[in-house]
Design a protein. Structure first.
Length: 399
């Protein structure tokens, strides 16, 4: 073989090898692309199936939760209150029943879309109106363009509550309404009861605020003691350090959000009850709710960030933490008061509510604890919650 032929052979060999070498990467890429396409298709299929399942669950729950009695009411509407349109859900089997105004917690954390899960038993005997307060939830999104619903003050909310009460009295031909409030709602609910006892047939405080900042310190100390007993000295020391720093603060602007969150989350590790509704169950209960909509999801995501909620509810949070003291409220003698506490509530510590009831020394003030429940006993144990409130504070209204 001469030199020229040998060169041709070598070149041909290199060419063949190059073509073979290029083919392999392209083949691998094709396979990867095909596998990715299949994976995307599977995920899309699962997503569509989940949407279908959620849709069916929402329809089934909506059917079970439908009110179809002749004199019943189920209404989602916006009512003009305080110069803006505020969202109000009204439900009940009989318009002639006593009227309950529910004041949600937070501040800025309405759970109206969760009512289907626990409220049905109450609706048999009461017409229940849930107001989504100024500056949050559906009320916020209805008014956010003109910014009239943001950063409300306690006085604005008290004025709104008064208008809502007058609206319900007039519409349903009642002389009074029952106030049922949860967490933050108990702050403005108690203040309203003090200011307008003539409008309140009974007051029910669920997760009653006594002194909110002191409650945080109480729970941190309790958790620190438990951590120490369990041999976790690092958590115990850190909790006491965070509590000592928090105790020196007198307004919300000077609170370290990072430290506050750490104190609350670390305390929760030792204080959370097994009977409390889990985060996963809360999510599925919301997603399968016949009332849950896009604005509910938008607000939930916004309000789940502590920085967002403090920025949008500054005055209210400051008042709840550092301004409100249940011991300073002068309770009207003619208004029955019931506190419903989860026995494992360490957000508004049940022991502090017990101490308040003992010091009140009044025949009109009662307290019932629901076993193995936390700050939201109506979600943790709906049957026990409804039985409790129907059998005690509401009894006077039915007689």
């Amino acid at each position: 073989m001469n030199r020229e032929e040998n060169t041709k052979v070598r070149k041909g060999g290199r060419k063949a090898r190059n073509e073979s070498g290029l083919a392999k990467p392209f083949s691998v890429l094709k396979r990867i692309g095909f596998i990715m396409l299949i994976a995307v298709g599977v995920l899309l299929g699962i997503f569509i199936i989940l949407l279908g399942v959620l849709g069916v669950c929402r329809m089934v729950n909506g059917s079970h939760y439908r009110i179809d009695t002749p004199d019943g009411i189920q209404e989602d509407a916006y009512v003009e209150i305080g110069g803006i349109e505020q969202f109000m859900q009204i439900r009940g089997d009989d318009l002639n029943n006593p009227v309950v105004l529910w004041l949600h917690g937070g501040p800025g954390f309405p759970l109206t879309y969760m009512n289907w899960y626990y409220q049905g038993e109450l609706e048999k005997d009461y017409t229940v109106a849930c107001l989504e307060q100024r500056g949050c939830g559906r009320t916020y999104y209805k008014n956010d363009k003109n910014n009239k619903a943001a950063n409300a003050s306690p006085d604005e909310l008290l004025s709104d509550i008064h208008e809502a009460v007058e609206y319900l009295k007039k519409r349903f031909h009642k002389d009074k309404v029952i106030l049922m409030a949860q967490s933050w709602g108990t702050v403005i609910g108690m203040k309203y009861t003090e200011q307008h006892p003539e409008n309140v047939a009974a007051y029910v405080g669920v997760g009653q605020v006594t002194q909110f900042a002191k409650g945080k310190l109480y729970s941190a100390q309790k958790a620190a003691d438990l951590a120490e007993r369990q041999g976790n000295t690092r958590d115990a020391e850190r909790l006491r350090e965070l509590a000592a720093a928090f105790e020196k603060v007198t307004d919300i602007e000077n609170v370290s959000i990072k430290d506050l969150e750490e104190m609350i989350l670390t305390s929760g590790k030792y204080l959370k009850s097994e009977g409390e509704m889990s985060g996963m169950k809360q999510m599925t209960t919301a997603l399968t709710s016949p009332h849950f909509n896009l604005n509910d999801a938008r607000w939930f995501l916004f309000a789940s960030d502590t920085k967002n909620i403090i920025a949008s509810q500054t005055e209210l949070i400051d008042y709840m933490y550092f301004g409100f003291d249940l011991n300073e409220i002068r309770l009207p003698e003619n208004v029955p008061v019931l506190f419903v506490q989860g026995d494992c509530d360490y957000i508004t510590p049940t022991d502090m509510v017990k101490a308040y009831c003992a010091s009140a020394n009044s025949d009109t003030v009662r307290m019932v604890t629901i076993p193995d429940a936390g700050h939201t006993p109506f979600l943790d144990n709906p049957a026990a919650f409804c039985e409790t409130v129907k059998g005690t504070a509401f009894a006077e209204e039915n007689e």
